[in-house]
Ligand binder design. Structure first.
Ligand SMILES: Nc1ncnc2c1ncn2[C@@H]1O[C@H](COP(=O)(O)OP(=O)(O)O)[C@@H](O)[C@H]1O
Ligand SMILES: [Mg+2]
Length: 379
């Protein structure tokens, strides 16, 4: 059986694109169709980033080709998501707090695994995708977001909003930033107890003029202590992502991180695990991968714990350099790193969409009775 491209295109005309009043060919969603013998490959681009939308489109295409052209055709559908800002913003509707749709906590059990680096790169990638993004740098032990965005020397100013004085976040690369580092001296060791940190963060969320945000990423301090309990319980966190390297010591701590979020008194959905420094790649030998911290440890952990695996980022010198000069690596266009961060970010968005479809908004706990932790009140 020899399939013909014309017949395939004709069949695809009978699939309509939701909300556009056009069929799949008219809308330009079909990018390419290749046929040989009884095989057909269809490349398409859709705007809805959810897994369900992808699956549905794939099934529709297969069905129509089988029904209208040849029932035994071997069909491959390659789907690329190209989310226009508006429609994707609609599909990520959460209800964290008024004006802020989704609050995502970025956590790691262990320090130095690249939590801030990953946060910064996801943030700039979200901004490039057209989302409105903010980062709240809550790492009281080592706030590094200002350096990574080259805004170290900036000081947020107060603005008057409806008669109230509000902090104005600093903005760079399309990302709004507030950091605990803006309010402390450099090199000053900040030793705060959980409730104090939670209070400061509450102010940076509720007494700041963020405007509308689709995503607020919180770069949490490493660890799973008291401080995390207070923060998690006083803010309506949409979900948490955990960053780990493949190394055993990091994985053990990442596991504690996951169970912290899942414990009853916190109950923040875990969106998934990210494997950072998954392997080392030298710039001059881009095909070579060295698994210096072990191979796929975080991927396996996510399987063991039954939480989504969000993606892997290699250990490359340019990521470190980009962080140090204050221009996240994902901003460099047409590079493998940009692609890797795009894929990762896409997966995070998909998990947020799924979470918002499946679960009610996370509630900040009004009063906690945890032993050793004083009551945290939240309006
Ligand atoms: N994938 C990576 N490749 C190369 N260097 C990295 C990578 N991820 C993080 N780093 C570097 O490792 C160090 C620790 O990363 P950082 O993001 O500050 O970790 P954390 O916030 O978890 O403490 C930084 O110098 C950073 O530039
Ligand atoms: Mg950090």
């Amino acid at each position: 059986m020899k399939l013909h491209k014309q017949d395939i295109l004709k069949a695809l005309e009978s699939i309509s694109v939701p909300g556009e009043g056009k069929n799949m060919i008219e809308s330009g969603a079909v990018k390419n169709v290749v046929t040989f013998a009884d095989e057909v490959i269809v490349d398409i681009t859709i705007s809805n980033p959810t897994l369900q939308a992808k699956k549905k489109t794939e099934v529709e295409i297969m069905k129509i080709i089988h029904d209208k052209v040849y029932e035994k055709a071997k069909v491959t559908v390659n789907i690329k998501v190209d989310a226009p800002p508006k429609s994707s913003a609609n599909s990520i509707k959460g209800k964290a707090i008024p004006g802020i749709q989704n609050i995502i906590a970025v956590a790691s059990g262990k320090g130095g695994v690249g939590k801030s680096t990953v946060t910064a790169n996801i943030a700039v990638t979200l901004a490039k995708m057209g989302f409105k993004v903010g980062i709240l740098d809550a790492d009281i032990y080592g706030p590094s977001i200002p350096i990574m965005f080259d805004v170290e020397m900036e000081k947020p100013i107060a603005v008057n909003i409806d008669g109230k004085s509000k902090m104005k976040p600093i903005e760079n690369y399309g990302v709004k930033i507030l950091s605990i580092g803006f309010f402390t001296q450099p090199n000053q060791a900040v030793v705060w107890r959980g409730p104090m940190a939670a209070k400061a963060l509450n102010q940076m969320i509720f007494d700041a003029h963020w405007g509308e945000l689709d995503f607020m990423l919180i770069d949490l301090p490493p660890g799973t202590g008291d401080i995390h309990l207070s923060i998690m319980q006083s803010l309506p966190i949409t979900g948490a992502v955990i960053v780990s390297t493949p190394q055993n010591v990091a994985l053990a701590d990442a596991k504690k991180g996951v169970s912290m979020f899942q414990q009853e008194s916190i109950n923040v959905p875990v969106l998934g695990i990210i494997e950072n420094m998954a392997y080392f790649t030298p710039a001059e030998l881009p095909e070579n991968k060295y698994y210096i911290f072990g191979k796929e440890g975080a991927r396996h952990l996510s399987q063991d714990l039954d939480v989504p695996f969000l993606g892997e980022i290699p250990l490359v010198q340019s990521i470190r350099e980009a962080g140090d000069v204050g221009r996240p690596a994902a901003l460099q266009t047409a590079t493998p790193l940009e692609k890797a961060f795009e894929k990762l970010t896409q997966n995070v968005v998909e998990e947020v969409v799924r979470r918002n479809e499946d679960l009610p908004p996370t509630e900040a706990i009004k009063i906690t009775t945890m032993a050793g932790c004083s009551a945290v009140k939240n309006k």
